[in-house]
Design a protein around this ligand. Structure first.
Ligand code: GLY
Length: 371
């Protein structure tokens, strides 16, 4: 299978995203050109380290690249001040210099935390993302959003800091659990829904094959998702406008994640899928799109065996008004007003502050009533 390159054109902050099988095994040659000196620091987590750290260090060594590594506990709780401090102090203790490169080897948690550590270490060092989850490959590793969480909400403390290179090795997806794979697939579906109806149709036809492990289908889905993300990020790097489209489903998702305590009751990508279904239902109730659109979204998510309704989230959830209150912490809130991503049809999402609170409350209350 060939490796595809998607360029993210951001002037002096431009970089390539490489997508294909075997990239990890060739990491020395891939990363070599971005190194100033042949020494890297690898930040990872315990779960990923058990599978991928030794092989990565071996290929780096074979390429004459020295490495040092820190594995943090796996899980969302690692996106904290305490682990940021630990990471930065470790990088300083390892004498990582301004011109050196850090590798973030892992899923969204390590990519976000590592990227933030790279952003603030010595006022900014370069870093390479090696995303090992589907979610990180199609979304969080590309575009330079880095962050840790606050008790007040997810990703509220962070910086824009673009990577120097992203290596999305399709082969590593084989080691994901089906649940983690499908959670990442929620973000893939998001791309079709927000801006590419033909891609959504392709997913309806090829989704089951992709979930079953078809490498070519997986590579196509990751490549198309990254192309769409690169295009949006190039237009709006710091989210002054269009980039908010990438948050389709996320206003609902962030409220649901807060309501479920950021626990494994609801993985982020699962919340995105449920959020996309709710955003389309709300759009239909506001008369923006036809009722067939939310039905089609839910039908595809169900066909893939994914969570798509509030009823699919285990345990108690607060009422509609409490969920709306949680949405008030969203980063898209401007002057206290909620902004959401709604849709005029599949592939036609837009950002708006013209929200019908009745439609929003109705969608949530009806969803909660079926639990
Ligand atoms: N994950 C949304 C963004 O990168 O803008």
């Amino acid at each position: 299978m060939s490796v595809e390159t998607i360029h993210v054109p951001l002037g002096t902050r431009s970089y390539d995203v490489r997508v294909g099988a075997g990239l990890l095994a060739n990491a020395g040659a891939e990363i070599g050109p971005v190194l100033h000196r042949k020494r890297v620091a690898i930040l990872t987590d315990d779960t990923v380290a058990a599978k991928h750290l030794a092989p990565l260090r071996d290929v780096l060594t074979a390429g004459g690249i020295e490495s040092t590594a820190l594995a943090l506990p796996a899980g969302e709780a690692t996106k904290s001040w305490a682990h940021l401090e630990q990471s930065v102090e470790w990088l300083l203790a390892e004498r990582i210099e301004r011109n050196d490169v850090m590798i973030a080897l892992g899923g969204g948690v390590i990519g976000d935390l590592g990227g933030f550590a790279a952003a603030i270490l010595r006022r900014g060092i370069r870093f390479v993302q090696i995303p090992t989850s589907l979610l990180a490959q199609v979304d969080s590793s590309v575009g330079g959003k880095t962050a840790i969480n606050s008790p007040a909400g997810k990703n509220l403390i962070g910086a824009f800091h673009q990577p120097a290179l992203v290596l999305a090795d399709i082969g590593v997806l084989d080691t994901l659990t089906p649940r983690d794979f499908l959670a990442g697939y929620g973000e893939v579906v998001k791309y079709g829904l927000l801006g590419d109806a033909a891609f959504f149709t392709w997913l309806e036809e090829n989704g089951p094959k992709l979930a079953a492990g078809d490498g070519a289908a997986r590579a196509h889905a990751v490549k198309r998702s990254v192309e769409m993300k690169a295009d949006i990020v190039a237009r709006d790097e710091t989210e002054q406008g269009d980039r908010a489209l990438l948050n389709l489903g996320h206003t609902f998702c962030h409220a649901l994640e807060a309501a479920t305590g950021y626990s494994d009751r609801l993985l982020h990508g699962e919340g995105v899928a449920v959020g996309c279904a709710l955003a389309f239902e709300m759009s239909a109730r506001m008369g923006l799109c036809s009722q067939e659109d939310p039905s089609r979204v839910r039908a595809h998510l169900k066909a893939m065996g994914m969570k798509c309704d509030l009823a699919d989230i285990p345990g108690d959830l607060p009422g509609a008004d409490a969920l709306i209150d949680l949405m008030g912490q969203d980063k898209k809130v401007v002057d206290g007003a909620l902004r959401m991503i709604l849709a005029r049809g599949i592939g036609e999402a837009f950002v708006t502050s013209e929200i019908s609170l009745d439609a929003l409350r109705g969608v949530l209350a009806d969803g909660l009533a079926t639990r």
